[in-house]
Design a protein around this ligand. Structure first.
Ligand SMILES: O=c1ccn([C@@H]2O[C@H](COP(=O)(O)OP(=O)(O)O[C@H]3O[C@H](CO)[C@@H](O)[C@H](O)[C@H]3O)[C@@H](O)[C@H]2O)c(=O)[nH]1
Length: 459
């Protein structure tokens, strides 16, 4: 088979760029050549993850400044959700630049997700296009299908937001009540020349030559089939594309390894909410008080709350003294996969970003979910309602959760005698066995590469 050359142009968010790099590594391991288009400062942060520099080439991009965003903004990292469409706008302004790179590098195929205009360029250049999605099939099936009516010239009404797409294959894996109304921002057309996130994704899937998703049939089979039937296209799966070797190549930072090592096996509760989430100060304080209330050792890694320069500034009065020796609250990035595989860690409290969802499933930890927005809600419901491998922290209509509800959820899975704890542990361990079956994930990539060869050869 002749060599395939793929260009990749993911949404400017770390939660998208990182899984694209994992896929690039998996493909390069099978001899495929990759041209990766990335904002230039972001490139410096992730280039060490390129395991095949002979096959994966990064192309630096300059992201134009856009009114309403701090100058030099490249990704949605630290940008409030209400302004994320401006990052999409900046991405759209790069059309000509991207076309020039594709025209010069001449790949056979382009992978993209939010840049819905890529197929217009690739058709002119005689290149194939594949929309590759690193959010769940569940989220795409619920929100981003032709069966969902999305008006082009106005935001969706409450009734439209509450409507379930016809044929959607679940009655439980979905946002509830007030959460549905919070999806309104996805449907807002943002002005001259800009389209809503709903329309962006639906157009992206509809116009590409194929649709690919970072998932497995074992977890999301029926949602993949629904997407295939909605678009009349086959859906190609890459499996979960988690790097297998990270724990071996990058040992956990010594200070954390030592601290965690001071506790008995499976006793520490770890909490992290991904690369984007910035808590409000009062919710953050309630969260840490919830951990205090459990009486268990804990390790929280989270960005400083809105309006606080450091995490220490945001802690409740007397908190540090009271939890000294059994609790850490760290305001920066930690090595999540390595922490999840530390023998002392027994529970993961997660916002349920798609990356964290897979990492949680492939760990031996009990899982507690605290979803905040759009796709996180879908992943959380998938784990709790359908797979029954996790418990969810109760929230009120204003998305607020109390220290008591957080503490109860954690204790319910950490208490060795709890029926719910025993049930989710058993289900999780059975699923992990299925997903961890030797050769399963590499078979996904092999089949995926085979499908790409067919796609490239097709007329
Ligand atoms: O201190 C930290 C925090 C996070 N991570 C890693 O960062 C990634 C975070 O990804 P994810 O769990 O997917 O969360 P987000 O960063 O919130 O993800 C964005 O991208 C996801 C697609 O991957 C979408 O599902 C989410 O909606 C979107 O918020 C994971 O691999 C974590 O292991 C760390 O290593 N250390």
């Amino acid at each position: 088979m002749s060599e395939i050359h793929i260009a990749m142009f993911p949404w400017f968010a770390m939660g998208h760029i990182i899984p694209y790099i994992h896929l690039a590594n998996d493909l390069a391991a099978r001899g495929l050549k990759i041209s990766f288009l990335l904002p230039k400062k972001t490139l410096l942060k992730v280039q060490h993850q390129n395991l095949y520099p002979n096959l994966i080439t990064f192309h630096p991009l300059t992201v134009p400044d856009v009114d309403g965003l701090p100058p030099g903004t490249e990704t949605v990292c630290n940008i409030p959700i209400v302004n994320q469409h401006l990052v999409a706008f900046a991405m759209d302004l790069m059309r000509e630049n991207v076309r020039d790179i594709l025209s010069a590098t001449k790949p056979n195929l382009v992978f993209y997700d939010f840049a819905y205009w890529i197929p217009n360029i690739t058709k002119q250049l005689g290149i194939k296009s594949a929309s590759y999605h690193v959010v769940s099939a569940t989220a795409l099936a619920f929100g981003m299908v032709p069966a969902r009516f999305v008006p082009k010239d106005r935001p969706m009404t409450e009734d439209e937001l509450r409507e379930i797409p016809h044929g959607y294959p679940s009655t439980t894996v979905m946002p509830r009540g007030h959460e549905l109304l919070a999806l309104k921002f996805l449907s807002r057309p943002f002005g001259e020349g800009m389209i809503s996130f709903y329309e962006r994704l639906i157009t992206s899937i509809r116009n590409g030559d194929t649709v690919c998703i970072r998932t497995c049939r074992e977890v999301e089979g029926k949602y993949c089939d629904y997407i295939a039937s909605q678009y009349g296209k086959s859906v190609l799966l890459t499996g979960m594309t988690l790097p297998e070797t990270s724990a071996k190549t990058t040992p956990l930072e010594e200070r954390w390894d030592k601290w965690l090592g001071g506790f008995k096996a499976e006793s520490v509760v770890f909490c992290a909410f991904g690369s984007q989430y910035v808590p409000e100060k009062d919710q953050f304080q309630e969260l840490v008080l919830g951990f205090e209330l459990t009486g268990l050792p804990f390790f929280i890694a989270m960005k400083p709350p809105v309006g606080c320069t450091t995490i220490e500034d945001a802690l409740p009065d007397g908190f540090e003294e009271r939890v000294k020796g059994r609790g850490v609250v760290h305001g920066g990035w930690v090595q999540q996969p390595e922490i999840l595989s530390h023998p002392s860690v027994g529970c993961f409290v997660t916002h349920c970003g798609f990356g964290s969802m897979w990492e949680a499933l492939m760990s031996d930890n009990q899982i507690v979910v605290v979803p905040n927005m759009a796709d996180h809600l879908m992943h959380a419901r998938l784990l709790v309602e359908e797979l029954k491998v996790a418990v969810e922290v109760e929230k009120d209509e204003n998305k607020w959760f109390s220290k008591e509800s957080l503490s109860e959820a954690i204790k319910c899975v950490m208490d060795k005698d709890s029926d719910v704890g025993i049930m989710v542990k058993k289900n999780h361990s059975e699923l992990k066995q299925v997903l961890g079956k030797p050769g399963l994930m590499s078979a996904y990539i092999d089949q995926f590469v085979h499908n790409l060869h067919e796609l490239v050869r097709s007329p």
